[in-house]
Design a protein around this ligand. Structure first.
Ligand code: 5AD
Ligand code: SF4
Length: 383
C-alpha cells in the first residue's frame, strides 16, 4: 500500500492520512527516504539558514498553548533594543546567513509598527540590500503589511496553527482577538499583497487527529503557501494546554516520541504532496529529541532557523519548555548546526536568500545581485 502511494504523482486525502498513521519502523524509514528523494530532486541537498531574532516576548494574545501568552504573569517581558537587533542582523550578514527573521509576540500598537518600519529601513541598508528579511509578527492590517512589504520585507510567516476551526476554538480564547476567520483572512492578505507566504501548524495537540493533519496539508495547498513552518506541540507548564496535558499524564516518553514521529511524518507527507515548497526543520523538533533537526532534514525539511537573539533574551522567549540552545551563543549555534548539516551530507546555502522554487520570481526592487532562486539540481528524472 505505501509503495503504491509513493508511486502516485498526486496523493489523495486518504493517502495523506495513511502516511500519517504509519507506525511500522521499516515503513516509516521508507516514507522518509521517499520524501528525501523528492527534496533532493526539487530543491537539492542544501539547507538554508534564516537567523531568527526573537525581538520581544510581549504579546496581546492568549493562545492556550503558548508560554509567552499575555496571561502568563511568570514571564519577564523584554524588548531587544534597536541597536541590539541591528547589530545581530549585521552579524547574520557577516556570517553569510542569507536572511533574518524578525519574530515577536503579537503587538499592533503604532509605536510597535513604527519600530518595525525603522528596523526594515536600517536592515535593508546592510550589505546594500543583500540581507533578506522575513517577518513573523502576527496579524496586522493590510496597510501595515503593505508598508512593511514596501520597506523591503519579502517573506512573512503566519501559521494557521490548526486549520480545523473547531479545534482552533479549543486552543484559543473565544473572543475577537483570536478569531479563526480573521486568521485565515490575514494569511490570504499576505499572499495577495505579494509576500512569499509561510504558514504552518502545531502537531500533536490534544484532540488533534491524523485526519486534521491531512486537512492541514490540504490547507497549505489551498492557500498556496510557499513555505511551511511546523513542529510538534511541546508542553509549557505555565499554560492551560500544558497543565491539561501534564494532569492527564500525556507527556511521558511514549507520548513525546509519538508527537516527534508525527512531526516528522508531517514534514515527509508535506514534502511529497507539495514538492517544491520550503519546509523548516524547526527548533520544536530539537526540543523533543536532541537529533530532531537532522531528522527533520532527513524527512524532507530544507530550512533551519538558528536563533540569533541577543544574550539573555533567549532564555525569556520561551514558547515551550526545554527550548534547545538557550545556553549557547550565536557562534556556537551556527557551528553546531553547520556541523549537523554536513554530517548528513548536505551543504549550507550560504549568502543566499533561498527562496523556494514554489515562490514566484524574487522581487526586483530589493533583489540582491547574488540572490538566486533555489536551482533544482537535476530535473531530468522528473515526470
Ligand atoms: N509548542 C510548540 N509550538 C508552539 N508555538 C507556540 N507555543 C508552542 C508550543 N507550546 C508556536 C506557534 C507559533 C510559533 C511562533 O510557535 O505555532 O506560531
Ligand atoms: Fe502570542 Fe504567538 Fe504565543 Fe499566541 S502563539 S500567545 S500570538 S506569541
Amino acid at each position: 500500500m505505501l509503495e503504491q502511494i509513493l508511486k502516485k504523482d498526486k496523493l489523495t486525502r486518504d493517502d495523506l492520512i495513511y502516511g500519517l498513521k504509519l507506525t511500522d519502523e521499516g515503513e516509516l524509514a521508507r516514507l522518509f527516504e521517499a520524501a528525501y528523494e523528492v527534496k533532493t530532486r526539487e530543491i537539492g541537498r542544501k539547507a538554508y539558514f534564516r537567523g531568527l531574532l526573537e525581538i520581544s516576548n510581549r504579546c496581546r494574545k492568549n493562545c492556550f498553548y503558548c508560554g509567552i501568552r499575555a496571561g502568563n504573569d511568570r514571564v519577564e517581558r523584554f524588548d531587544m533594543t534597536r541597536e541590539e537587533i541591528l547589530s545581530m542582523a549585521q552579524w547574520a550578514y557577516d556570517n553569510q546567513y542569507g536572511s533574518v527573521t524578525l519574530q515577536s509576540g503579537e503587538r499592533n500598537d503604532p509605536a510597535f509598527v513604527e519600530f518595525i518600519d525603522d528596523l526594515l529601513v536600517e536592515i535593508k541598508k546592510i550589505g546594500g540590500g543583500r540581507l533578506g528579511v522575513t517577518l513573523s509578527l502576527g496579524e496586522q492590517t493590510d496597510e501595515v503589511y503593505r508598508k512593511w512589504f514596501d520597506l523591503g520585507a519579502h517573506r512573512y510567516l503566519l501559521r494557521i496553527e490548526v486549520s480545523n476551526p473547531e479545534l482552533y476554538k479549543k486552543m484559543h480564547p473565544a473572543n475577537a482577538v483570536h478569531s479563526y476567520e480573521t486568521r485565515v483572512d490575514r494569511i490570504k492578505a499576505l499572499k495577495r499583497l505579494g509576500y512569499q507566504l509561510g504558514t504552518g501548524v502545531m502537531i500533536g495537540l490534544p484532540g488533534q487527529t491524523e485526519e486534521d493533519l491531512a486537512d492541514d496539508i490540504l490547507f497549505f495547498e489551498k492557500i498556496d503557501a510557499d513555505m511551511i513552518g511546523m513542529g510538534p506541540y511541546v508542553v509549557h507548564q505555565d499554560t492551560p494546554t500544558g497543565r491539561e496535558v501534564l494532569e492527564k499524564g500525556l507527556n511521558g516518553p511514549e507520548e513525546i516520541k509519538r508527537r516527534m514521529t508525527l512531526g516528522l511524518k508531517m514534514i515527509a507527507m508535506t514534502r511529497i504532496y507539495l514538492k517544491n515548497v520550503n519546509i523548516a526543520s524547526t527548533t520544536a523538533l530539537q526540543a523533543l529529541d536532541p537529533l530532531g533537526r537532522e531528522l527533520g532534514l532527513k524527512a524532507g525539511g530544507n530550512i533551519l532557523m538558528p536563533i540569533i537573539t541577543a544574550g539573555e533574551y533567549k532564555t525569556k522567549y520561551l514558547l515551550y519548555d526545554n527550548k534547545p540552545g538557550v545556553e549557547d551563543d550565536e557562534g556556537k549555534i551556527r557551528d553546531s548546526l553547520t556541523e549537523r548539516i554536513r554530517a548528513i551530507g548536505e551543504e549550507v546555502g550560504l549568502g543566499q536568500w533561498g527562496d523556494s522554487p514554489h515562490a514566484a520570481l524574487p522581487r526586483k526592487d530589493f533583489q540582491a545581485p547574488d540572490n538566486e532562486l533555489i536551482t533544482p539540481p537535476d530535473k531530468t528524472d522528473k515526470k
